[in-house]
Design a protein around this ligand. Structure first.
Ligand code: ATP
Length: 470
């Protein structure tokens, strides 16, 4: 039975497990750390790759209307002027004058139930002043009431690529991309000219994005360097409503398919839309990590023809589409699905983290969907000092690793080896014992979630595991 874990404990437990078992490390730790940046270790990259591949499978491999892309992080400086990011991609910053801690004004206000997402500075400052007058505006770090008003803080991360620092002007600053979709808009024309798709079609990509986040204090939920998985779906404006619903449904089902219970998901409708947008919903997940509060994992937005129109205007290129059937020429409209890979990583860990048993029997296991688990199978010889058991286990391990990510472990007793694999979410453990080598050429396969054990013939093992793991 799942033990009740106090919310405050879950955050500590997940962060500690991530570091202890090589999933996620704080960046630059030997130099005292580097805020808002994390490194992924061995099991971290395996889990991350599996999540990414699960997304690519559903978004590209299983579709005929979506194509892949890997655009560069650096793009022409005009890209971000055209998109409105230069000068416009800002968050409202509030500072504590005592301890210098920084906060986002909208997040402070949301803590008091005020809907403040994407609201203008005037509105935020009026609301902050109301709290100040009531003595409720307090620094959550040091308790001081001496907080500044909100001011705009640019999230754009500058580089000096190609330009000497002293020759940088607003026109030639090369930014590290704040979102991956910028590259998709710029490759719309090449995709059209090379692959000749008909509308509607999408372009999907996974890649790094960089934002100078004001307060990146929530482990990998909000970081300054992160990966996004974004898809832009180009279509005729008359189709927006129908296609928007299709993408909402497609993305919602993806979460259910990979083991997120429906009661932990909800839609959040944005009331305050960008001037060009016609619809914006987020998929939110209830993070035990954050005291069961619902937080955004993915955004699904109807962006109109804003992006291509802006890039057409700033580049001087024609970015329209000629519809052979209707004989009409127009700039395609765009639907976007945008999700953070690190945020999904945290969501899946949050959902999977399980404890059961008491005292010496207590165990921690990650109940990850087998398709996402970093290691699929672990192989053990019952005893380390019996060469025939070790040789047979090694032989099985060599065969299985051709098919799955596998581990070999002969350290400590079998119970301890189970515990180690449970903690990293390995769905199946295979043990070679005396009967395997002396009698029946069968092994014991133990299931992570139920602890149930089955005897399986070695020659059946690959197909047995394949069925279980897919
Ligand atoms: P927020 O309101 O949380 O700052 P946002 O609405 O600005 O996020 P988008 O620009 O819509 O986020 O980005 C799309 C997705 O990218 C988000 O749903 C999230 O999963 C991910 N994401 C955005 N910023 C970060 C970040 N700093 N760290 C990790 N993931 C992020």
């Amino acid at each position: 039975m799942k033990e009740k874990i106090k919310d405050s404990e879950l955050m500590e437990k997940i962060i500690s497990l991530c570091k202890r078992r090589g999933f996620v490390y704080p960046s630059s730790e030997i130099y005292g750390g580097f805020a808002g940046v994390y490194d992924y270790g061995h099991y971290g990259i395996l889990l991350k790759e599996n999540i990414k591949n699960a997304w690519l499978r559903d978004m590209v491999q299983l579709r005929e209307d979506v194509f892949g892309l890997d655009s560069a992080i650096f793009m022409h400086p005009k890209t971000w002027i055209a998109s409105g990011h230069v000068g416009g991609f800002q968050d409202p910053q509030v500072d504590c004058k005592q301890c210098k801690a920084r906060f986002r004004a909208d997040h402070i206000l949301e803590g008091f139930g005020v809907v403040a997402d994407k609201m203008p500075l005037d509105f935020l400052n009026t609301e902050l002043d109301k709290l100040r007058a009531l003595g409720k505006l307090v620094c959550s770090n040091c308790g001081s009431k001496d907080l500044t008003s909100a001011r705009a803080f640019s999230l754009m991360v500058k580089s000096n690529l190609g330009s000497p620092v002293d020759a940088l002007t607003e026109e030639n600053v090369t930014y590290l991309r704040p979102e991956t979709c910028g590259g998709i808009y710029l490759e719309y024309k090449n995709t059209l000219d090379s692959l000749h798709p008909k509308l509607p079609f999408g372009i999907a990509q996974v890649g790094k994005a960089f934002r100078n986040e004001i307060a990146a204090r929530q482990f990998i939920f909000r970081t300054r360097e992160f990966e996004q998985m974004e898809m832009q779906y180009f279509h005729a404006p008359t189709e927006t409503k129908k296609l928007y619903e299709m993408w909402q449904n497609t993305r919602w089902q993806w979460y259910l398919e990979y083991g997120i219970p429906v009661e932990k998901l909800r839609w959040y409708k944005h009331e305050k839309l960008a001037h060009y947008a016609s619809e914006a919903y987020d998929i939110e997940y209830s993070f035990g990590f954050f005291g069961n509060s619902f937080k955004e994992v993915e955004g699904i937005h109807a962006r109109g023809d804003w992006d291509l129109s802006q890039h057409a205007k700033f580049s001087g290129q024609t970015l329209d589409y000629f519809d052979e059937e209707t004989k009409q020429r127009f700039i395609p409209h765009i639907l976007e699905t945008s999700v953070g890979l690190g945020r999904l990583f945290l969501m899946f860990l949050d959902q999977a983290y399980t404890e059961d048993g008491e005292g010496d029997d207590k165990r921690v296991f990650l109940k990850l969907n087998p398709r996402l688990a970093p290691v699929k199978v672990a192989v053990f010889p019952l005893l380390k000092n019996k060469p025939n058991l070790v040789a047979k286990a090694r032989e099985i391990f060599s065969a299985l690793r051709q098919e799955f990510v596998c581990e070999f472990d002969d350290n400590g007793n079998v119970g301890k080896r189970y515990r180690r694999q449970d903690e990293i979410g390995t769905p199946y453990c295979v043990t070679v014992d005396f009967d395997t080598v002396e009698k029946d050429d069968m092994v014991t396969v133990r299931d992570r979630d139920t602890g149930a054990q089955e005897r399986i013939a070695v020659k059946e093992l690959v197909s047995y595991l394949k069925t279980k793991l897919t």
